[in-house]
Design a protein around this ligand. Structure first.
Ligand code: DX5
Ligand code: ZN
Length: 226
């Protein structure tokens, strides 16, 4: 499998939950990953979907699943998402006392391992853990709800992480999540992100597939200078 240089991952949080399979098919040929936001009403106040929905949806599309766990006790729950066939499983640094051990569990269950950093969490304490991870998700909002305003100051963490990854020759996806849209994606790409989650900007558009293609074009132009 060739790895695309940039990943656009529509978030189904902004989709119509009564028509999830159709909503996924609407972006199936335009998107790279499907971003699935799991919230437990404890780690974040919001409550979304869990494993049974992910299992059912897995059978409805070929797209790789990028599962973003905004839950407490990820050591208990995260491997189940890998077993369900998720391509990448990301859990929050703030919710886990041994991120490296959980990353190992996820990789042995056949998934990529992702570490998420929320708005108020500094990146520095986690830099040395990055060799154990495939994906670093840097929130560009406070985790918990879609449709929030992008916080450009959080891109400083993306720059720091990208510098660190380049210096250490790490193979690391740096993903941004929150408020990614036509007017914000270029600055995130310039800061060093190479995976972009977009909920409202995709599912709020009249043509979600076209919105994905436009976002990808904007990110590509920002990184190639074309
Ligand atoms: C929020 C979620 C995001 C959310 C992004 O905590 O992690 O993935 O869906 O939604 P937008 O793109 O609308 O900010
Ligand atoms: Zn998310």
């Amino acid at each position: 499998m060739t790895v695309p240089p940039l990943i656009v991952a529509p978030s189904i949080l902004a989709a119509d939950f009564a028509r999830l399979a159709d909503e996924v098919r609407a972006i199936e040929h335009a998107a790279d990953w499907l971003h699935v936001d799991v919230m437990d009403n404890h780690f974040v106040p919001n409550l979304t979907i869990g494993l049974p929905v992910v299992q059912s949806l897995r059978a409805a599309t070929e797209l790789p699943f990028d599962v973003h766990l905004m839950i407490e006790d990820p050591r208990r729950w995260a491997p189940g998402y890998a077993d369900a066939g998720a391509y990448n499983v990301t859990f929050h640094a703030e919710a886990c006392d041994d991120p490296v051990a959980l990353a190992k569990d996820l990789r042995s269950a056949g998934a990529k391992a992702g570490l998420a950093i929320d708005r108020d969490t500094p990146i520095e304490p986690y830099l040395e853990l990055l060799p154990s991870f495939d994906t670093l998700l840097i929130m560009t909002i406070k985790a918990g709800f879609g449709g929030q305003r992008f916080l450009p100051q959080l891109l400083e963490k993306v720059r720091t992480a990208r510098r660190h990854a380049a210096a250490g020759h790490l193979e690391l996806r740096i993903e941004v999540d929150g408020g990614i849209a036509d007017d914000t994606i270029a600055q995130a790409a310039e800061a060093g992100a190479d995976a972009f989650v977009a909920g409202t900007a995709v599912y709020g558009a009249d043509d979600p597939a076209e919105a994905v293609r436009r976002l990808r074009g904007l990110a590509e132009r920002a990184t190639t200078g074309a």
